[in-house]
Design a protein around this ligand. Structure first.
Ligand code: SF4
Length: 470
């Protein structure tokens, strides 16, 4: 039994996409699913005459919260603590995984149920728990399909969007028994039969597991309340049945007050599932009788994103997935090509900021777009994804030039004789050094002078004058 696949070591986006576009079944599944959700979204968004105002309000609330994040985080901590909960701060994935593993071990349990949480996928929590002898059971239907299939999520809202009904039936028939109650032998690919098999399988798990791990769509600083929006009711089971609840939430998920939530309860369901309201909205504040509550506040690169004036708008994201459903690149390449739990346009700007651009895959992500602008039009919090993509491309180029320069410098400095030859050559060619660098490098010399190269190096001067004696 495995905790799931990881994205580590994947090739760059173009190589991944080239494989994906040859898979005609995948392209068909993606096109059908994204176009269906896209149509539903357009219909329910069109019903609201004040959609533009709602969108503006959503953007402003998120920007205000991010500008005052420190203040609201402290308020959140105080409110959760006052309500009997425990707050933990995690600077990175390793620290968050350690905190969660220790909390689970302290209960004496060796299994946990999980309700969909992208933050825990981002930090590889299932794999970290597996190393500690703890099994994490996914309870969201799509996440269950991904976990049973030892697969990767490929969409923010519909992680198994790349699978069709027949494939899901095979996964259930072959793998369900390894994780608990087996699928019926005569299981068909009728959606109701598949849902019933999952329901029976999960119900057993909910009733027998005493620790739950969740994410949250929002946190309300005013009262220390967490909010989860979902469609299946698995979230409600996870949040209420177990004796210990651990929520791992990115620090950017804050809203200042309950009144702000009103805006997002309109923006999110319409933008994500194309519904006026999602079936289940659960809220909880601190501990309740019979249940211990822990909140793990996760940074993992978010404060670095916040420091970038252009890139920080990515933290406004409410993970609705509307940008994925309208993106022509995502529709053809699918989610796996992005090599991250965050695929599509939002992944192309968020992943390289959270993980950096040192790997070929992460450096290629800002280029995984035609810059058509459809993502910006669809985004309910008006994130200018094309602007951030162009900004990140500039940073990737800059980093490449810097890396080339450092490699060349490393080669020269590696041998003293090589350095001496380079210095002599520099002295001879000093007349030809321009005042300004050409082409794309000119930006560097727009605000700096190239220093003069001395006619003689210090080393040659020392040799010639015996250290200044002659
Ligand atoms: S970037 Fe905007 S459209 Fe895309 S998932 Fe985030 S909130 Fe939704």
């Amino acid at each position: 039994m495995s905790g799931g696949a990881t994205f580590l070591g994947m090739p760059a986006f173009p190589a991944n996409a080239a494989v994906a576009v040859r898979d005609s079944q995948l392209r068909y599944n993606l096109r059908k699913a994204t176009h269906t959700i896209r149509g539903k979204r357009a219909a329910v968004v069109g019903e609201l005459p004040d959609w533009a105002e709602l969108r503006r309000a959503g953007k402003e609330i998120r920007d205000h919260t991010l500008r005052n994040l420190e203040r609201y985080l402290v308020r959140m901590e105080e409110a959760v603590t006052a309500a009997g909960g425990h707050v933990h701060w995690a600077a990175d994935a390793k620290e968050a995984n350690r905190i969660v593993a220790d909390l689970v071990k302290a209960t004496g349990e060796t299994s946990v149920v999980k309700v969909k949480s992208m933050a825990t996928q981002e930090i590889g929590l299932n794999e970290a728990l597996e190393l500690e002898g703890i099994t994490a059971y996914e309870t969201d239907l799509a996440e269950l399909i991904v976990q049973l299939g030892d697969d990767w999520p490929s969409h923010i809202l519909v992680p198994a969007i790349h699978r069709n009904r027949a494939e899901i039936r095979e996964i259930f028939r072959e793998k369900m028994a390894d994780w608990g109650r087996a699928a019926p032998a005569d299981l068909t690919d009728d959606p109701r039969a598949l849902a019933e098999a999952a329901r029976l399988h999960l119900r057993e798990r909910f009733l027998s597991t005493r620790v739950a791990i969740s994410g949250a769509n929002f946190m309300i600083a005013e009262t220390g309340t967490l909010v989860v929006l979902e469609s299946e009711g698995n979230g409600r089971m996870c949040l209420t049945l177990p004796e210990t609840l651990i929520s791992v939430v990115g620090i950017e998920k804050l809203l200042p007050s309950w009144q702000d939530l009103e805006v997002f309860l309109q923006l999110l369901p319409r933008s994500s599932t194309g519904e006026r309201m999602n079936p289940y909205t659960s809220t909880w504040t601190g501990a309740v009788e019979g249940q211990e509550f822990h909140l793990v506040l996760l940074d993992n690169g978010r404060t670095n994103v916040l420091a970038d004036e252009i890139g920080r708008q990515a933290l406004r994201c409410i993970r609705c997935s509307a940008c994925l459903n309208v993106c022509p690149v995502y529709e053809r390449a699918g989610g796996h090509a992005y090599g991250s739990v965050y695929p599509g346009p939002i992944g192309a700007i968020l992943t390289p900021q959270l993980r950096g651009t040192a790997s070929k895959l992460d450096a290629s992500l800002p280029y995984a777009s035609t810059l058509c602008g459809a993502c910006l039009d669809a985004c309910p919090v008006a994130i200018d994804i094309p602007e951030v993509l162009v900004h990140l491309r500039g940073k990737v180029r800059h980093a490449r030039v810097e890396r080339l320069g450092m490699r060349a410098a490393g080669w020269v400095f590696d041998r003293p004789a090589r350095l001496a030859r380079a210095q002599r050559l520099g002295g001879r060619l000093r007349r030809f050094v321009p005042g300004r660098l050409p082409g794309p490098l000119s930006a560097w010399t727009d605000t700096r002078d190239i220093p003069d190269i001395p006619p003689e190096s210090f080393r040659d001067w020392w040799d010639r004058t015996d250290g200044g004696v002659q």
